[in-house]
Design a protein around this ligand. Structure first.
Ligand code: AGP
Length: 630
């Protein structure tokens, strides 16, 4: 989604802003722009489309400015075009502003500002902010902080702003209201970024803006103010620099690289806790190591710090998440219910809005999010917290908004995921659910030591099973090409394979734009079977175990309707060989641990279909990596 950057220092700002913006490309966007000030003149360059278009504009003008702000926009109010791209200016052309989030009362403010003589040039909610600051500035006697404070208090919603004005040389102003914004502190230079990924190439020191804060950034540092005008002091945090983060390492696409990273990250996530399988798990802060991209926040913010008494008092678990993270939550439900005997509900986070959330001080609310910035998920967890629930986050971004709203955090060891479609983060989140379930079961006495030990040892074997799937990718590619003409695809699975059917369908849809739906296999006959014919591929996830026979029967129902029969199954499975025309092979794996293996052929299948069809696999159309609006 939208990204904010800024730069102030000795270097030409255009190249720094562009390189910061490139780091935010993975979040998804549809237009981009910069505002820079040179010789007291404001220059705004903005354009629809990819950053290459902005780069061309910058090359034409080759500005020498050493101070400016930049933005990538993901359209919410108004179509993606040049006018709606950020930055936006006021009527005097001396205030330029970039914005993330949504200004909920923009309609009202726009009418009011038009009535007082302001002229608008875009359809965005953003533009009201620049005119509102202009209006407040008239009465602020040259005090820009005062004008911004007064304006910020009138803007409703969650948002972040970056602002420059030639009237205030060599200063960038930034505002954070329930959003994410960080200032990078370099040596005689400063940076602004809505995602610290953008500043890592320049500095490892950042100061994060908290809620309702304004920053005044100069080359030499930053001053922070509350909306009430009180000055706030905060020490910079030190980022752990990881040069491998944004590198394709020889792969053509980040997505392909990230699919292949899964055995490694699973090993890392598991080995963090499973060094001694004979002992009970320890997810407490003292046991935590830092994730590759972690920052030196107080370590007591990480890990699970519930007392044993609290853990025993949990009567219900409530998981909130969106998209792929929601599917990880559905796997988590099966695992926690099985090992701990605690009822688990999994909610699509956006569905919590506008209704009563039935949680209390005996509920463990878990938010799952790779970005840690998903507005729906954070809002749902905050609601649970306000209702007295214990809160826990599962994310690979310990520097995220989610980390700041939850009191407990399990950090997955997979680093930043660049491809918009989630793959490695899904597997890492699922792995954390296994660890959490074992931890809870041991604390509550619902698993015996021998069973716990056997399960931990089995978990440690999963990465090598994943490697076997990856080794068969040439065959999966061949099959992906064979089915790439499909107009739609149905995915079915039962039990722990039901969330994998949903995830397989989501991956195919978002990467290849082929419509796909995932169903509980038993539901096929209750409606979806009507869409089956000889043109429709049906992909069944068929794992030996408690629901194997019933899943096979459901697949037979599809076969009887002449569907093209594909299975994710063990190659040696004689029933699968008889029933399916194509098998996407997986090695023998226990039903209980199968989600971390069975999802891989589906990720590869979707990737190869999309690549064969020439789609933008790392940045599919209309999608954003970090969905920061509700
Ligand atoms: C995954 O491939 C999707 N791009 C999307 O569904 C994603 O999982 C969802 O938006 C949730 O994101 P989060 O994990 O960052 O909260």
């Amino acid at each position: 989604m939208c990204g904010i950057v800024g730069y102030l220092g000795p270097t030409p700002a255009a190249s720094v802003l562009l390189s910061e913006l490139k780091c935010l490309e993975y979040r998804g966007y549809d237009s981009a722009g910069v505002a820079m000030i040179e010789n007291g003149q404001l220059m705004v360059l903005k354009t629809a489309g990819k950053l290459a278009n902005l780069e061309n504009l910058l090359n034409e003008k080759s500005p020498g400015a050493t101070w400016g702000i930049g933005h990538t926009r993901w359209a919410t109010h108004g179509i993606p075009n040049d006018q709606n791209a950020h930055p936006h200016t006021d009527c005097t052309g001396t205030i330029a502003l970039v914005h993330n989030g949504i200004i909920e009362n923009y309609d009202l403010l726009r009418d009011e500002l038009i009535a007082t003589g302001h002229t608008f040039h875009s359809e965005t909610d953003t533009e009201v902010a620049s005119h509102l600051i202009e209006e407040e500035y008239k009465n602020a006697e040259g005090d820009m902080i005062l004008a911004i404070r007064q304006a910020a208090k009138r803007l409703k919603g969650a948002y972040a702003l970056g602002i420059v004005s030639p009237a205030h040389p060599e200063i960038i102003y930034a505002v954070n209201q329930h959003y994410s914004l960080a200032v990078g502190i370099g040596d005689g230079e400063c940076f602004l970024a809505s995602d610290s990924v953008a500043v890592r190439q320049y500095t490892n020191k950042v100061i994060r803006l908290e809620q309702s804060e304004i920053a005044q950034i100069t080359m030499h540092g930053v001053r922070l103010f509350s909306f009430e005008g009180d000055e706030v002091t905060r020490r910079p945090q030190v980022l752990d620099m990881n040069p491998m983060i944004m590198d394709k390492q020889g792969y053509r696409h980040y997505l392909h690289k990230e699919i292949h990273e899964q055995p490694i990250i699973l090993r890392q996530t598991l080995s963090k806790y499973l060094a001694n399988c004979d002992k009970p798990l320890d997810l407490s802060p003292a046991h935590m190591t830092f994730a590759p991209e972690s920052i030196d926040l107080d370590p007591s913010n990480y890990g699970v710090s519930f007392t044993d008494q609290e853990l025993r008092s949990v009567e219900r678990v409530s998981v909130v998440a969106c998209g792929t993270a929601y599917h990880a939550g559905l796997v988590g439900k099966y695992i926690i219910e099985e090992l701990c005997g605690i009822p688990v509900d999994v909610e699509i986070a956006s569905e919590i809005r506008g209704r009563r959330m039935l949680v209390n001080n005996k509920t463990l609310a878990i938010a799952v999010s790779q970005s840690g910035e998903t507005a729906d998920t954070i809002a749902a967890l905050s609601e649970a917290k306000a209702n007295g629930a214990f809160t826990l986050g599962i994310t690979n971004r310990p520097d995220s908004h989610l980390a700041r709203v939850t009191s407990n955090l399990i950090v997955t060891e997979c680093g930043i995921e660049v491809s918009v479609a989630a793959t490695k983060t899904f597997v890492a989140q699922v792995a954390c659910f296994y660890l959490l379930a074992i931890y809870l079961a041991e604390k509550r006495g619902t698993i015996d030591l021998q069973k716990a030990k056997a399960l931990k040892l089995d978990l440690l074997r999963v990465p090598s099973l994943q490697e076997k799937v990856l080794a068969s990718e040439e065959y999966i590619k061949e099959k992906a090409v064979q089915y790439s003409e499909a107009k739609a695809v149905v995915f079915i699975g039962r039990g722990l394979s039901y969330p994998i059917a949903l995830e397989g369908a989501l991956k195919l849809k978002e990467l290849s734009y082929i419509h796909a739906s995932g169903y509980a296999a038993g539901e096929l006959k209750h409606g979806p079977i009507a869409v089956l014919d000889s043109q429709m591929p049906v992909i069944t996830i068929l794992i030996p175990g408690s629901v194997y026979d019933k899943t096979l029967s459901n697949a037979q129902e599809a076969k009887a309707r002449h569907a093209k029969m594909i299975a994710v199954a063990q190659e040696s499975d004689p029933e699968a060989k008889k029933t399916f025309e194509t098998i996407l092979p997986i090695p023998a794996v226990s039903e209980f641990l199968s989600p971390m293996v069975s999802v891989l052929p589906l990720q590869l299948f979707s990737y190869f279909v999309a690549d064969y069809l020439g789609k933008d696999v790392d940045q599919p159309r209309n999608l954003a990596k970090s969905v920061t609006v509700e």
